[in-house]
Design a protein around this ligand. Structure first.
Ligand code: SAM
Length: 296
């Protein structure tokens, strides 16, 4: 696709100018989201029309004009071409996700990661997704595993409405329980010591909220899928940097754990990496009531 896009664009744009145009873009449902630089902004329309020509299912092209930011992880989008809309339905791993790309965080790039986690979920497990967005991880886990229940938490009311709609759309009502609120408060009030597995797909808050993931795990312990962003120079290993911080934190709380799997999920900028750690927490043999007291 990248090659076809660049080939088409080369009919209208000089080869020097072409180097300033991002050749990757996201497609969510029938909406393509491009990124433009100061230098390539003037080509937005021609880029958009070329995308709609080479990828016939794309009906709308928007340009991302800010970074993803704030607690809700939103970005500013400008309409460029096609139908002027921001809502769509995205298909992934046999599930449907209704989403407003302006009001909700959504990344099609986490496709592999969502199935990777779903495949690990065992029969009868209780799964807590602390930062669920429109419910992608939660619904994919519900559809592709024999989990007993998936608690799916998000603090953004607009996102929460889409999550509820997606639970209906994918017929997982009852198996996926949508909860609106701050994950800390929700776990403290309703979801203590119930989970076999806790997902923390919000790198900006994972470290701060780690004690609450522990609080949500069952008495014997369980798994935490921990996501973080890390900066690493050429001679540094981003995974080791994340592991070091998490290890110090868990040791300070007196938690026994191992990290059987770690990996870079994706690069998010020059020298910036999104890292996941699969942490196996073992409370057995410990006074985990004391750990929970330490946690809060
Ligand atoms: C990166 S997105 C999650 C993406 C999602 N896992 C997916 O696969 O599409 C993070 C979400 O966490 C939500 N959020 C932010 N702070 C939160 C909090 N304190 N408690 C619960 N949800 C929160 C945001 O509204 C946002 O929808």
């Amino acid at each position: 696709m990248k090659k076809r896009l660049k080939n088409r664009l080369s009919q209208f744009v000089s080869s020097e100018e072409l180097t300033y145009i991002y050749n990757s873009y996201d497609v969510i449902g029938d909406i393509a989201i491009i990124r433009v630089t100061e230098r390539s902004r003037k080509y937005s329309r021609i880029i958009a029309e070329t995308i709609m020509n080479v990828q016939r299912n794309v009906k709308t092209v928007l340009a991302q004009t800010s970074s993803v930011r704030g607690d809700f992880r939103l970005r500013k989008l400008d309409f460029i071409a096609g139908q002027n809309k921001t809502t769509t339905v995205h298909k992934e791993s046999g599930c449907l996700f209704s989403v407003d790309v302006e009001k909700c965080y959504f990344s099609p790039r986490l496709l592999y990661e969502r199935m990777r986690v779903a495949k690990q979920v065992g029969n009868g497990e209780v799964f807590v997704n602390m930062f669920a967005g429109v419910g992608c991880f939660s619904i994919i886990v519900a559809k592709h595993s024999k989990a007993e229940r998936v608690y799916s938490i998000d603090v953004n009311p607009a996102v929460f409405r889409f999550m509820q709609e997606n639970v209906r759309l994918n017929r997982v009502y009852g198996k996926v329980v949508s909860v609106e609120g701050d994950a800390k408060k929700v776990i403290e009030k309703k979801l203590r010591r119930i989970a076999d597995r806790v997902l923390m797909p919000l790198p900006e808050k994972a470290f701060e909220y780690l004690p609450y993931a522990l609080l949500s795990l069952k008495k014997a312990g369980g798994w935490i899928h921990y996501y973080n962003f890390e900066y690493a120079k050429k001679n540094e290993n981003p995974i080791e940097k994340v592991k070091l911080k998490v290890t110090e934190k868990l040791q300070s709380l007196g938690v026994t754990f191992t990290i059987p799997l770690d990996r870079v999920v994706r690069t998010t900028g020059p020298n910036w990496y999104q890292v996941v750690l699969d942490i196996k927490v073992n409370f057995c043999g410990h006074n985990n009531t004391r750990i929970h007291e330490n946690v809060l």
